[in-house]
Design a binder for this molecule. Sequence first.
Ligand SMILES: [Zn+2]
Length: 288
Amino acid sequence: MNIDNNFCWDHCPLCHSTHINKIGDADYSGEVKFSTQEVNLGRHPELWNCGQCSSRFVQNIIPEATSVLLYTNSNADQRWQSIPFEQHKTPEVIRTMAEVLVNKGRILDIGCNTGELLDFARSQGCITSGLEYSSASREILLSKGHSAHKSFDELTDKFDVITAFDLVEHLYDVPDFLNHCYDRLVSGGKLVLLTGDIQSVSARSAGAGWWYAQYPEHIVFPSKYFFEKFSDFQLETWLPTFASAGYVLPGYRVILSRLKRLITMNKYNGMPSRLPDHVMIILTKVDM
Ligand SMILES: [Zn+2]
C-alpha cells in the first residue's frame, strides 16, 4: 500500500514550543509495516528535538486519519503473541504494577490489545475495562469477560487506575490524551505509562538511528521534563526498564553484539541495550 507520509509538525507535539530542530534522518530499512499492514512510504521520516521540553518526535509521518484507518483494519492480535503479562514484562514492572493495584478498584487499560494486562489486574482483584481500536481485539476482550470500548466517548465511569503500555509513542496529541485520562480518574487516581525512553543511554548514543524510532507508528518520545512541567499530573515514579523481559540480555551477549557491529561497520541502533531503554511512568491526579 502506497502512503503519502506528508504530515509535519510546526511545533513540538508535546509542549507546543516552536523551538524545534532536526536531529537526523530515521533509518527505516527493509519492509516497513504499520501494525500488520505493509506500507510504502513516499517520504523519508526524520527525528526532531524540542529545545524547550527535550522531547523528540518524527516529521514526515502518516496523517492521523490514515493511521486511524490502518489501526482499525489491522488485526493487532496477529502481530503480538498473547503472552501472559507476568511472563512478558520485566520483574520490576510486574512488581510495581502489583503495588499500584493493591487497593483493587476499577482499572481501564488503553490500547489493551487482547487484554493480558487486564487478565493480570483481574487476578489482583480489579474490575477490568479495556479501550481498543481493533474490533478483533475487542471481541477477544469480551470473550474473556472484560468490558471493551472503542473510544473515550463511550466511557461513563471513573477509574482508580488507567494504564497505557506501549501507547503514548503512537499518539498525535499526547496533551489531549493526558487530559482525557485526568477527567476519567478519581481524585488520587493513577495513570501508568510504559514507553521508550528517548533520554536513555542507548537512545542518546543511537540518535536518529534508534531502533525504537524506526516504526511508522512511533511518532512521539516524551521526556521526563515534559511530564514534570507540562502535565496536570504529579510525576510519582520514573522507573527505567525494558520493553519486555525478552530484551533483558546478559552483559556479555550485549558486548559481543556491539563488537560484531563494530567489525561489520554497522551503525549502533541502540539494540541490544545494556541499560534500560524504556520507562514505566506513574502519574497521580492531585486535585488543585
Ligand atoms: Zn516540547
